[in-house]
Design a protein around this ligand. Structure first.
Ligand code: GRF
Length: 202
């Protein structure tokens, strides 16, 4: 199965996908392309080192968001991508793009959705004072971090946590969960029933 990974930053999740899926010849999963909206994203260095084609597609280089999405869409289709994996990409897809790839775009978010959606989930989590946070992987729909949830893992929040310490523990769980979910998808084990995603037995 060919996947595209969308990034904007450091790319620790991308690295795990490279190491655990792309480089594992038995996985049947190939990262065909990595797309970033930031030229300086360290994730691009990780992709280059793994010999994966990279594209930098910046919103400012296009007349509007639909033109930006159309450019992304062309890359996806040229590379015959079957699953779009969002891993720290800081732009929202427009509804036309989401509709074209419905149930073929997944994202990972460092909170137990629907709590703390948006761009600042970890500071929001700490500010609210919840005792349990976690990781959510979900299908992208037209909303912000609002699509059907595929899998979640809790992470306990400690009284002395700061953003760095909490995010570090969340990352450990992200790096376990994301490759797992992609393997489930590739194996055809995800069944979507309304808002519910059922993980079928292997
Ligand atoms: C992750 O924490 C993910 O949940 C969020 O963005 C972060 C990306 O981190 N959507 P990295 O670039 O994979 O290190």
């Amino acid at each position: 199965m060919k996947i595209a990974v969308f990034v904007s930053g450091s790319g620790t999740n991308l690295q795990v996908l490279i190491d655990q899926l792309h480089r594992d010849n038995t996985s049947g999963i190939e990262i065909s392309v990595v797309i970033s909206d930031r030229k300086k994203a360290y994730a691009l260095t990780r992709a280059k080192e793994a010999g994966i084609p990279i594209y930098v597609v910046r919103v400012g280089d296009f007349p509007d968001r639909n033109a930006f999405d159309a450019a992304i869409s062309r890359i996806i289709d040229e590379h015959e991508v079957e699953l779009i994996v969002v891993a720290g990409f800081m732009k929202l897809f427009q509804p036309v793009f989401v509709q074209k790839y419905r149930n073929r775009i997944i994202n990972i978010h460092p909170s137990l959705l629907p709590a703390f959606p948006g761009a600042h989930p970890v500071p929001d989590t700490l500010a609210y004072g919840v005792k349990v946070s976690g990781v959510s992987v979900f299908f992208v729909d037209e909303g912000v971090d609002a699509g059907a949830i595929i899998a979640q893992v809790p992470v306990t929040v400690s009284d002395d946590d700061d953003e760095e310490s909490l995010l570090a523990r969340i990352h450990v769980e992200e790096h376990r969960l994301y490759p797992q979910v992609i393997r489930w998808y590739a194996a055809g084990r995800l069944q979507i029933v309304g808002r519910k995603v059922i993980v079928k037995e292997a």
